[in-house]
Design a protein around this ligand. Structure first.
Ligand code: GDP
Ligand code: IMO
Ligand code: MG
Length: 429
């Protein structure tokens, strides 16, 4: 099976965009299957930097991009992103971007509800991106969501908006926020429809054709396993399943079509937003990682919390996420650090555990157990071959492999597209 799924193995921002862009040169189709414009994927190609949220990263390589049914689409944000990348010289047309007719739309009421709820939570807030992701997925399972296909059926759209607003305006009013006006929403959606509908189709059929023709499909995950709504640090998670299995349900293909699952992990850890983070560093080392790694959220600009690599957590992400090979990114950020630590398990209320249990209090109480490993004096920055790496950096990678019980099949040594070392081609696995 020549296909590959790429998913995050920590709390997001591991460098999925860079890796997907790099792998896209070997693929024919790139598919987004969950999440929405809470994602921010950065691609550095020469002197151009692309920041993509909804558009599949393969578009930059001139490949067919597909937005699957599992994605929640803010149509205003999508059209703005299309205009933004067009201004950077990329062509986005109905020929290279296809959108699932059964994907869910994010409306302005979803963002308003997301933000009003966060404000009401006060210091118990999740730290969402405020973009309406959670409320839109709630509407989907509650069977009142507006879908992309509704843009072509104005009467259905109008009726569905009545039902949706009955629910949302009650909530918004209760939270002290402005209720939404139906006519305004209807006008907005029907106004955007002519620009979106030429991209819309039954993408499951196109993907099935691609599969039968032996085309290589690359599934681009957003967020990461520890933000998965089932397997992550709930409730401090996003509202979709981020594990590889979602690539099937979120694009309309069978699980056997997914192929090789590549997990992306940073050589240390970061997290944006609230929630447990056992190996977080509040000291100078944490600040150093943040500065050297330019750890600011791609979407919200918030500083990312930083800490040591947590092998126990990534090992858990590997198991539940279905990860078969690991791409380790940002190794260069560790250059020159005298001593490195790797989390190998937790002490929770006096008991040793090798995984993070589900309980919220237990997760908050988890203290990391560390293994110390010598750093390296030389540079890994920009290395494109295994031979160019300092011996101690190779030792670090080998130790990570052992602890997470998964081979490191790809290394990334700078933001730049080609500063990548391939150990095993995931499309040949
Ligand atoms: P994503 O959400 O997983 O696609 O990751 P983001 O793009 O949000 O964040 C990753 C950041 O790290 C981006 O600014 C990338 O340009 C950058 N990056 C990716 N790989 C590397 C690497 O190997 N080294 C360094 N220094 N930066 C990297
Ligand atoms: P990429 O694809 C990092 C986090 C938010 C918050 C939580 C819930 O770039 O890795 P949401 O708006 O989804 O309801 O917020 O999830 N979050 C991300 N963190 N990278 C992302 O995407 C994220 N998408 C959501 O910060 O903690
Ligand atoms: Mg990101």
């Amino acid at each position: 099976m020549p296909n590959v799924a790429v998913i995050g193995a920590q709390w997001g921002d591991e460098g999925k965009g860079k890796v997907v862009d790099w792998l896209a040169s070997r693929a024919d189709v790139v598919v987004r299957f969950q999440g929405g414009h809470n994602a921010g994927h950065t691609l550095v190609v020469g002197n151009q930097t692309y920041k993509l949220s909804l558009l599949p990263s393969g578009l930059v390589r001139g490949k067919l991009g597909v937005i699957g049914n599992g994605v929640v689409i803010d149509p205003v944000a999508l059209l703005a992103e299309m205009d933004r990348v067009r201004a950077q010289g990329l062509d986005v047309t109905p020929d290279n971007l296809r959108i699932a007719e059964n994907a869910i739309l994010i409306l302005p009421v979803h963002g308003a509800l997301d933000r009003a709820r966060e404000a009401a939570r006060g210091d118990r807030k999740i730290g969402t991106t405020g973009r309406g992701i959670g409320p839109a997925y709630e509407d989907k399972v509650a069977r009142r969501a507006i879908r992309v296909c509704d843009l072509a059926e104005p009467d259905v759209l109008s009726d569905k908006l009545d039902e949706l607003l009955l629910h949302h305006n009650t909530l918004l009013t209760g939270l002290g926020a402005q209720p939404a006006q139906k006519q305004e929403l209807l006008d907005l959606l029907l106004g955007l429809a002519p620009r979106l509908l030429p991209h819309v189709e039954a993408v499951w059929e196109r993907l099935d054709e691609a599969r039968r023709a032996g085309r290589r499909i690359l599934f681009e995950g957003a967020q990461a396993v520890m933000l998965d709504v089932d397997h992550g640090t709930y409730p401090f998670v996003t509202s979709s399943n981020t594990i590889a299995a979602t690539a099937a349900a979120g694009s309309g293909i069978g699980p056997a079509v997914i192929g090789f699952v590549l997990g992306i992990a940073k050589a240390y850890s970061t997290r944006v937003g609230a929630g447990p983070f056992p190996t977080e560093l509040h000291d100078e080392t944490g600040r150093q990682l943040g500065t050297r790694g330019h750890e600011f959220g791609t979407v919200t600009g918030r500083p990312r919390r930083c800490g040591w690599f947590d092998a126990a957590l990534v090992r858990q992400a590997v198991k539940v996420g279905g990860i078969q090979g690991l791409a380790l990114t940002k190794l260069d950020v560790l250059d020159g650090m005298a001593e490195l630590k790797i989390g190998v398990g937790y002490e929770i209320n006096g008991k040793r555990l090798n995984h993070l249990p589900a309980g919220q209090a237990a997760q908050a109480a988890a203290k990391p157990i560390y293994e110390t490993i010598e750093g390296w004096a030389g540079s890994t920055r920009g290395a494109r071959s295994w031979a160019a790496l300092p011996a101690q950096a190779i030792k670090y990678v080998r130790r990570v492999e052992e602890l997470v019980e998964t081979p490191v099949t790809l290394l990334s040594t700078s933001p730049e597209r080609d500063d990548t070392i391939l150990m095993r081609d995931p499309f040949e696995s």
